[in-house]
Design a protein around this ligand. Sequence first.
Ligand code: SAH
Ligand code: DHB
Ligand code: MG
Length: 404
Amino acid sequence: MSAPIPSPLDPSLWLAVDHALEEWLAPADAALDHAVEAAARAGLPEIAVAPAQGRLLEVLARAVGARRVLEIGTLAGYSAIWLARALPEDGRLVTLEINAAHARVARANLDHAGLGTKVEIKFGAAVDSLDAMIAAGTEPFDLVFIDADKENCARYLEQALVLSRAGTLIVVDNIVRRGRVIDAATGDASVDGVRAMMDLVRSHPRLKAAGVQTVGAKGYDGLLIALVGEAPDARSSDPLNISLRHNAWATRELLRVCTKLDGAQWHRGFDIGPGSLHDTLTHIVGAMFRWADRIDGPSRTMHPSIEDGTRRTPAELLALLDAAAADLEAAAARARRLGLATELDVTLGGTPYRLTLGAMLVHATTHGMHHRAQCLNMLRRLGVAGVSDALPDLDVLEWESKRS
Ligand code: SAH
Ligand code: DHB
Ligand code: MG
């Protein structure tokens, strides 16, 4: 270059580089040119993504193998053309637009680009269109591009998440706004809207997001590129699931401690509970099998009891524990489907009880607790160095803190 290049802070340089990138990477073609000209003729604002950003949208859509794309904010359909071009033959782009004139221009532009059959323009306020899609149980999208009014940004992100699956990419335009995004006191609803969205992203368990500052033909702005993860695991927040898994974990921990004992210690009789560590842990696991059977209902034949006098090693009981825990989890899942209020008649030690499935599950997941306390007492009394003086803490907090 013969003339000195402008300062990197000079927007004229950003523009020049954007044009160069455009020539190298995102050359205009008849359909894109036509869309830009039609938008200008119709007097639409010049706020479509820049060509290099359009190419970025196309690349991202191809990278995730998008078959279904959702766009919020159509304008003249310029970004829609880039996105729709990334779609396979049977792919679909749904784009939302509140302005009838914009929607009309976009329809013509997309038809002109030969993408008419792939693109559906939903006319109306995006919040309403999104609610309607959610209510209709619309299939999740693979990529969502949020680029409408910034005031509703956080709301759009929340709605987009409902229409997403693990692996969906959500791209949000205009998150920097010449740096104004870091100012909490602009009083500008569009800046506040982006800030609210960023706060949502920060604390959202399903999102891993990157923010990219951009300069170029559209000045100084930025994009959010967020990857949707697995839905928060009900298994780790639902009290019943926590109880089921904690019960199995705590019993497993005790059995692991017992693998350090010799046979005499493992079978030594105490005047506590069922009598020995072997008998007490066999009882804990045996009861888990019985409760799984009972919760499964009277039509389920009871497994033969493992409390049949057979002597097992801690390792053998660990294997049985895994089976019992799985049975109990399956029974709990079935009970949930039936409704935890469902009542069953059970006879325990000759006494008839009428119990809800909920009560049975709480009993099944807490029954082991006092027996484990008995085991800890026995282990302490055994006086085995390295075991009796290093007993595990088996409460739920301990379990939670050890989980990854
Ligand atoms: N994605 C386009 C640019 C969109 S500009 C492109 O890059 O080519 C933002 C668009 O969002 C405008 O057309 C505007 O009319 C639309 N819009 C604004 N508020 C909206 C709302 N509440 N619901 C749906 N669309 C809205
Ligand atoms: C502006 C730019 C955008 O990309 C947009 O979606 C809305 C407004 C603007 O420059 O004002
Ligand atoms: Mg935009």
